[in-house]
Design a protein. Structure first.
Length: 254
């Protein structure tokens, strides 16, 4: 990781080489400190996957644990967002899959999961290890107010309220578009080229397979023509009655 000065700032600093050198040294120190923090908190794999999601889909949602600083990533399959015209998140819905054993009996009873748990215990072929849990955050008067649902039931045991600066979810877009809830991806700009390349590769592979195709031709009325099955099933070193001159190969000459 390295931070470089913007072109206009670099022009202003050309007159003072010592100041520019000190500035570069300070920026390198900041980059090193940030890299060390990322490596020490196991964030790097999550950040790498988030970059890939932004490049390919243009959207990703990150959750920052306020206690440990660890990151959790949500793809478009597991979150939905509504934005205002200014791009601010007005409503966010995230989906998690907590283990059934991690839910308290009170939560299981409130979400009407006790019958499902009882059925799972009675029928060994019926196994349930996790449940779908939806958390809904709505922007109200400068705060994000959260509600949680399991099995379509709102949990009264969960209540959350975060200020805008303390909201632990970061909803990112690669290319924001005014008036749209989701962003555009980098891959989208080259979708036509990628589609043409995929078609070209498929045609090339089909051509290679056609060129590699070889068919054995046997002269009719010969001794070996009455023993084709034995020839087809013969392994290396087997003996088959016939003349080698009666056998030929048909293959592309390209």
């Amino acid at each position: 990781m390295r931070f470089d000065l913007e072109a206009d700032v670099a022009v202003l600093l050309r007159a003072d080489a010592d100041y520019k050198a000190n500035m570069d040294q300070a920026m390198d120190l900041i980059a090193y400190t940030l890299s060390a923090q990322v490596d020490s908190t196991s964030r790097r794999p999550v950040i790498l996957q988030a970059y890939k999601q932004l490049i390919i889909t243009g959207n990703v949602c990150l959750y920052v644990d306020v206690d440990t600083g660890d990151l959790k990533m949500y793809t478009l399959r597991d979150y939905s967002v509504v934005r205002g015209m200014d791009g601010k998140v007005c409503k966010l819905v995230v989906r998690d899959y907590p283990l059934l054993s991690s839910l308290t009996e009170e939560v299981q009873a409130q979400a009407k999961l006790t019958d499902i748990v009882r059925a799972a215990k009675q029928d060994e072929s019926f196994e349930i290890t996790s449940v779908e849990m939806y958390t809904v955050f709505t922007y109200v008067d400068g705060f994000y107010v959260g509600e949680r649902y399991i099995n379509g039931v709102k949990l009264s045991t969960y209540k959350s309220k975060f200020p805008v600066r303390g909201f632990p979810y970061i909803v990112l877009r690669f290319q924001p578009v005014s008036g749209e809830d989701y962003g555009r991806s980098y891959v989208e700009d080259y979708a036509g080229t990628i589609s043409s390349l995929i078609a070209l590769v498929a045609e090339t592979q089909a051509g290679i397979a056609s060129d590699a195709r070889a068919v054995v031709i046997i002269s009719p009325g010969t001794a070996i023509s009455t023993n084709v099955e034995a020839l087809a099933n013969a392994r290396s070193g087997d003996i088959v009655l016939g003349e080698a001159a009666d056998i030929g190969y048909m293959q592309s000459k390209r």
